[in-house]
Write a protein of this length. Structure first.
Length: 169
């Protein structure tokens, strides 16, 4: 169970701080809720019912710097597979974003980036929906990595590149 002041990752909302655990009445039923506030974006409040395993299951602790380094180090060997069917690709990416598995998000970023490079070499662009998924995955990864590594989100990509280059030397 998480506590007030814990910082967590919550689905597509990204990094959030638990600002309260409170009882709220919605529809005549009083239940306990985590009250989340996104750290980097959207100044909104999110209520997550403690009794709803599906929703609380999307709450994950923020990775440690060591775990982030392990993910980064494993990325050059990670296989990518472009899904040609646009509907299947969208569904696969949507699920990856909702589940928030950081390794899968990094694979998604790598896959779309490499496909984009291939398209660019042919004088084409990525589909807008693929760019949208790429930016959303980057936002989730950059915000969490920035928090855990105590850097700014715009410093995450250079950090990742630097770590991979060090590994390759």
């Amino acid at each position: 169970m998480f506590q007030v002041n814990d910082t967590i990752c919550y689905g597509t909302h990204g990094v959030c701080k638990i600002i309260d655990i409170t009882k709220k009445e919605f529809g005549g039923v009083a239940l306990d809720y985590y009250v989340l506030e996104p750290v980097h974006h959207e100044k909104s409040t999110i209520y997550v019912p403690l009794h709803n395993q599906s929703l609380t299951g999307r709450m994950q602790r923020v990775l440690s710097p060591e775990e982030i380094h392990q993910i980064i180090q494993s990325m050059p060997e990670e296989e990518t597979k472009w899904i040609a069917n646009e509907h299947e690709r969208r569904e696969c990416y949507r699920i990856a974003l909702e589940q928030g598995d950081r390794k899968e998000l990094m694979r998604l970023i790598k896959t779309i980036y490499l496909h984009g490079q291939e398209q660019k070499s042919k004088g084409r662009k990525l589909y807008a929906v693929d760019e949208k998924f790429l930016h959303e995955a980057e936002r989730l990864i950059y915000d969490e990595f920035a928090l855990a590594l105590d850097i700014k989100p715009n410093q995450v990509l250079p950090f990742i590149r630097e770590q991979i280059e060090k590994r390759e030397k």
